[in-house]
Ligand binder design. Structure first.
Ligand SMILES: [Zn+2]
Length: 459
């Protein structure tokens, strides 16, 4: 939402309580948006196949979390303390980790894992088992699969998809690309669920994150959103009216997991090095999704105010409609991306445009090396710059029913909707438009993934 001079002139007329109410209502009413890109591994396998230092790296020895923690008890105390100081200095509106949760070396081994999880402030129900995600269509040998209920804390059907997980054991060997790709989907398995003070969980009460900034605190999946979205580029008037939008924390997660990755790689624990790297990568990739970087793509500040004025006058239709449409478009984009990429894996079609786009390195050289400022100033900025365009292109390419009909609730009206299949029956020019849009976004996903991973490779 660029602040135009017209917007500036409107300012005295803007009742900030009105706007605040609009924003609050908009975000509370929006359906849960769990995962930016659906199944990050589908994109990570492609993005990093184009990074020889990862794709061609020798396999690493699998190590349990407990073995890693026991070996690095001392070093982790110092590292996590440094991380906390970094976050307090650098992450805007950072909620400090309570001192009681500080990870201390030499504590009782029986509670070491629990104390580490608490210091990271992640969901203690996560089992963090040893596993790899397998590519769609892979047949697993009998007895080697790990039930999805052990991989994720989520219990809703749709979160399980038909993804299969291969059980790993300590001492197994695993390819680096597989470890990173599998881990890049893991933060959507419940790690950031139920962490806010008003989520009704013991960890929510002790972690010190405060109340959930937006979304419905009673809806499990919406509780992770403020960690997976980054609203860094809204106009000042939006922040003034809706300060809670500043409370998004992907930068905290990225820096924490990247530092753990670098530490584990340096100290001879490559399995955990690459797994932590995959966790950090997840949040980098989430920020490449335009609907995760812009609160309401395609809706100008002036229009929000107009719609809200009508709402205040008792005409609720336009506001409900705007919220529904933005939400449907967000979900439609991810639904198309997931089904198209999954289909390409199932049909062993590596030249599919989306897969190729994720591997396309042509924009990599123009990128500055990764820095602490990259999530905000580069990754989410690029997604924000593409947000209005993405919204317009979806409007043009997809059948109106899915993205312009407020009576249609995406993935609820038709729970099994597969927009890739739907679009294959659409005119060729619409299929081409959609291919072009999502390919461009997948290229951003691939480029930013490689820039981030390159920062962890030895020169
Ligand atoms: Zn996510």
């Amino acid at each position: 939402m660029p602040l135009t001079s017209a917007g500036m002139n409107l300012k005295p007329l803007i009742p900030s309580r009105t706007l605040q109410r609009l924003m609050l209502v908009a975000l509370l009413c929006a359906p849960p948006l769990a995962a930016a890109w659906s199944d990050h591994a589908l994109g990570t396998w492609q993005a990093l196949a184009a990074l020889p230092a990862i794709a061609g790296a020798p396999p690493v020895t699998v190590e349990s979390l407990d073995t890693f923690l026991a070996a690095e008890d001392q070093g982790l105390q110092a590292l996590l303390e440094q991380e906390e100081q970094w976050a307090r200095r650098n992450v805007p509106v950072y909620p400090p980790r309570p001192d009681a949760l500080q990870f201390k070396a030499g504590g009782p081994p029986a509670t070491r894992r629990q104390r580490f999880v608490a210091a990271l402030r992640i969901n203690p129900d996560c089992q963090l088992p040893l596993f790899l995600q397998t590519r769609p269509g892979t047949q697993l040998p009998a007895g080697s699969s790990l039930p999805w209920t052990q991989v994720t804390t989520l219990r809703h059907e749709t979160t399980a998809r038909d993804t299969q997980y291969l059980r790993l054991h300590e001492g197994d060997r695993a390819a680096v690309l597989e470890v990173v790709a599998s881990a890049s989907d893991e933060p959507d398995y419940g790690m950031d669920i139920g962490l806010w003070g008003d989520n009704g969980t013991p960890e929510g009460r002790s972690y010190g994150f405060g109340t959930q900034p937006f979304g419905d605190p009673a809806l499990e999946i919406s509780t992770q959103a403020p960690f997976h979205m980054g609203f860094f580029h809204e106009s000042w008037i939006i922040y003034k009216a809706a300060g809670f939008l500043r409370r998004t924390y992907p930068e905290y997660r990225i820096h924490l997991y990247r530092s753990l990755a670098a530490y584990a790689l340096k100290t001879g624990h490559p399995y955990w090095g690459w797994r932590f790297a995959g966790w950090a990568l997840h949040y980098v990739q989430d920020l490449t999704q335009p609907y995760h970087a812009d609160v309401l793509p395609g809706v100008s500040t002036a229009r929000m105010l107009g719609v809200n004025a009508l709402d205040m006058a008792g005409l609720h239709g336009p506001k409900d409609r705007a919220i529904r449409l933005v939400s449907n478009r967000h979900l439609a984009l991810e639904n198309y991306q997931y089904h198209r990429m999954r289909d390409a894996y199932l049909h062993k079609n590596p030249i599919d445009a989306l897969l190729r786009a994720a591997r396309d390195t042509s924009a990599d050289a123009a990128q500055a090396p990764w820095s602490d400022a990259s999530p905000r100033q580069v990754v989410s900025q690029q997604a924000y710059d593409w947000a209005d365009r993405t919204d317009r292109m979806l409007e043009h390419a997809l059948p109106a029913k899915y993205i312009s009909d407020p009576a249609y609730v995406f993935e609820q009206t038709e729970p099994a909707i597969d927009l890739f299949a739907v679009l294959q029956r659409a005119p060729q020019n619409r299929q081409d438009d959609m291919t072009q849009l999502v390919s461009a976004l997948m290229q951003h996903f691939g480029t930013q993934s490689r820039v981030f991973m390159a920062s962890l490779l030895k020169p």
